[in-house]
Design a protein around this ligand. Structure first.
Ligand code: ADP
Ligand code: MG
Length: 228
């Protein structure tokens, strides 16, 4: 069964067409990398799946109740006065409602997610006073708290050290083991085969998608990166 089915998707910013006639199926339980050059439309694709952006043409079917999103770090304003705990607690609002009190059980889940990303000692720290990698982990914890069916992460390894990167990879594999669908915009071609099982090579459209072992070839990579 597919978690996401995208047919003939076109998205533009004014005159600038970012995605053109894109087709992609993502199976339930996939751990998939979205790979392609800068400006290929990877972030646009994720934002369109989340309905933050409107499509011109095409159809997106989502077979899931809930989606969680980890935005690209440089797209977030980190100056607002709030603690790490509060940021992660926002992940509960889908279940609890924005103006209801968060129960003890929910707070427990928040602490567990913070622990999972190795940030417990920083839970009361202002988000603006965390390092880039720590901010990234805060947003991953917030996504974990959402207990979503589908996770969409936009470059979650950006600015994190290699130890943190490995722990995030473990979290992704854990989510997959729980049957979740995880889609990750990923920059580092070298780690695609060890971190992911499937991949979509993107440059305005999907050049190819499938198992890493089958489609992640030098030839396909060349075509994808040469096209812009
Ligand atoms: P990627 O994430 O693969 O680097 P993006 O989805 O961010 O690519 O961008 C795809 C294209 O859309 C690029 O040409 C980019 O300049 C353009 N674009 C992205 N966001 C905006 C925006 N808010 N306004 C106008 N153009 C945008
Ligand atoms: Mg991007």
């Amino acid at each position: 069964m597919n978690a996401i089915e995208i047919k003939n998707l076109t998205v533009a910013y004014g005159e600038n067409i970012a995605l053109e006639d894109l087709n992609l199926n993502i199976e339930v339980g996939s751990l998939m990398a979205l790979v392609g050059p800068n400006g290929a439309g990877k972030s646009t694709l994720i934002k369109t799946i989340l309905k933050f952006l409107k499509q011109i043409t095409g159809e997106i079917k989502i077979n899931a109740k809930t989606l969680a999103y980890v935005p690209q770090r440089n797209s977030v304003d980190w100056d607002f006065p709030t603690t790490l705990f509060d940021v992660v607690e926002m992940g509960c609002y889908g279940r609890v409602g924005l103006f209801k009190r968060v129960s003890k059980g929910e707070k427990q889940k928040v602490l567990k997610a913070i622990e999972q990303v190795g940030m417990l000692e920083f839970k009361d720290r202002q988000i603006s006073e965390l390092s880039g990698g720590q901010q990234q982990r805060a947003f991953i914890a917030r996504a974990l708290v959402q207990e979503a069916d589908i996770y969409l992460m936009d470059e979650p390894f950006q600015g994190v050290d290699s130890t943190t990167e490995k722990s995030i990879v473990e979290i992704l594999k854990q989510l997959k083991a729980e049957g979740k669908t995880i889609i990750v915009v990923h920059h580092d071609l070298q780690t695609v085969p060890t971190y992911f099982e499937s991949v979509a090579l993107i440059n305005k459209a999907v050049i190819v998608s499938g198992k890493v072992s089958e489609v992640f070839t030098q030839e396909n990579i060349d075509v994808t990166y040469r096209k812009i």
